[in-house]
Design a protein around this ligand. Structure first.
Ligand SMILES: Cc1cc2nc3c(=O)[nH]c(=O)nc-3n(C[C@H](O)[C@H](O)[C@H](O)COP(=O)(O)OP(=O)(O)OC[C@H]3O[C@@H](n4cnc5c(N)ncnc54)[C@H](O)[C@@H]3O)c2cc1C
Length: 425
């Protein structure tokens, strides 16, 4: 472990999910002991647990998240691969249907690691425990903000209650997304296939689907819908729903896939972003992280990567705070908000294209949609735009990098070709 210089004796983190673990990695070199408290019994094997009911659903780790975890605990990528993560080369191993066509197959020089959420969390837990000064106390529910630590991080997730009483402005979108997922063994002819398949529909179509190649040569298959539509949770209905997708590849695999679990559903009514950086009355030395700050429409696969980005921001602030723990919140919260902002704006602009999504559309919304569409079309034509689009969507590069440079000029040309006018809505 790299010792950055001690700032205090004990830091406490409530919640040992992804953001709690990322926070532990960020704090470990600044405190003698970092104590993680979780209400759940944390399993030794990679199996689902009650405290994270979403863990049966697909959890994609974006490239930016992988890089952030690697920077927090070097060796994490190798540990994920050793634990059986599938490496999906972008885009040779991916079949992505978006709106009205397939993404081009090109070598973007990136890959993504795919595994189930319980397996991912288990690898991270081991990585964090290897740091030597992190203690995890499970079966320890925390009912009120703890006192006594030099710093307290709240990582209790989307359903957090510890910070519920803190007044903070918030942005909320009524998205009403329904997930249904199950794990499958591959039939003989697909064994060893490490192909990631995605169907991303054109709003207002809501038929979204994913086939993720995960550990043990299994598939985790997810079908999503929005608003009143529900994907059936019986296997026949699940398969029948896949047959209605605008591309055949998911239905084709699902027809022969051998179920290992029942189909399980999860409904997300809202995406929520709490702006703690805008004058919220947080108690001294208490910091929120991860879903406690921003919880998104999960179909964009951002939550774990944003949590890792928050943790990197926290580590960097601690490294430069000069021992002033009372000043950490003021420096950390705006940096964490910037990490959330990029993810939020990527997801929200698509969510708001659905006329039934409740939330405020920006005045230039039509123009934003036109620009986004121009970038998608330019990505099909030009490798450099496809790479930039991947890197922005995967939180590797800031969205501001779309404004300048050769790729930006190709997008502008595509926009001009399409008439440059906002689409009729
Ligand atoms: C359906 C669905 C699909 C998703 N898919 C993706 C995806 O593809 N990619 C992605 O990156 N993200 C995805 N996410 C988001 C992802 O689950 C979260 O963003 C990520 O887990 C980070 O959350 P967190 O650590 O803040 O909270 P969580 O992972 O929810 O962890 C919170 C932890 O706090 C503990 N806890 C809660 N309250 C208390 C308390 N009072 N005392 C003690 N312990 C407590 C819980 O037991 C739990 O361990 C998805 C979410 C959903 C709902």
């Amino acid at each position: 472990m790299i010792t950055e210089g001690r700032l205090g004796a004990r830091a406490v983190i409530v919640g040992a999910g992804i953001s709690g673990l990322a926070a532990a990695a960020a704090l470990a070199s600044f405190f003698e002991t970092v104590e993680l408290l979780d209400k759940d019994e944390l399993p030794r094997t990679p199996r689902p647990r009650k405290g994270v009911p979403q863990d049966l659903q697909v959890h994609i780790l974006l490239k930016g998240g992988e890089l952030a975890f690697e920077s927090l605990i070097p060796g994490t990528r190798a540990a994920l691969l050793t634990a059986g993560a599938t490496e999906v080369r972008q885009t040779e191993d991916a079949s992505i249907w978006e709106r009205d066509g397939w993404h081009a197959t090109r070598d973007l020089g990136h890959s993504q690691l795919m595994m189930s959420r319980p397996a991912f969390e288990r690898v991270l837990r081991r990585q964090v425990l290897r740091l030597g000064n992190v203690v995890i106390s499970d079966r320890t529910p925390v009912e009120r903000l703890p006192s006594g630590g030099d710093l307290t991080v709240i990582a209790t997730g989307r359903g957090d209650r510890l910070l519920a009483g803190v007044e903070a402005p918030e942005t909320v979108l009524g998205i009403e997304v329904s997930y249904s997922s199950a794990r499958f063994a591959k039939p003989e002819r697909f064994r060893g296939e490490e192909r990631f398949i995605a169907c991303i529909p054109q709003p207002p179509d809501d038929r979204y689907g994913l086939v993720c190649p995960i550990e043990n040569d299994e598939w985790l298959i997810t079908l999503c819908s929005r608003f009143g539509e529900r994907v059936p949770d019986d296997l026949d209905g699940f398969r029948a729903h896949a047959e209605t997708l605008p591309m055949p590849d998911i239905a084709e695999r699902l027809r022969e896939a051998v179920p290992l679990t029942p189909v399980r559903g999860y409904r997300i009514a809202e995406a929520r972003w709490r702006h703690f950086d805008r004058g919220a009355d947080l108690p001294a030395r208490v910091l929120p992280i991860g879903d406690c700050i921003s919880s998104f429409n999960p179909t964009f696969g951002q939550g774990m990567s944003v949590a890792a980005g928050h943790a990197v921001a926290l580590r960097d602030v601690l490294a430069s705070c000069g021992g002033d723990l009372d000043g950490v919140a003021a420096a950390y919260l705006p940096r964490a908000a910037e990490v959330s902002r990029q993810a939020w704006s990527l997801a929200a602009m698509v969510d708001l294209e659905y006329p039934r999504t409740k939330g405020e559309r920006p005045p230039n919304f039509g123009k934003i949609v036109t620009g986004t569409e121009a970038m998608r079309r330019a990505a099909a034509l030009h490798p450099e735009v496809q790479l930039l689009r991947f890197e922005i969507g995967n939180l590797v590069k800031p969205d501001s990098s779309a404004r300048n440079g050769p790729a930006a000029r190709l997008v502008a040309r595509e926009m001009a070709r399409a008439g440059g006018r906002p689409r009729e809505r």
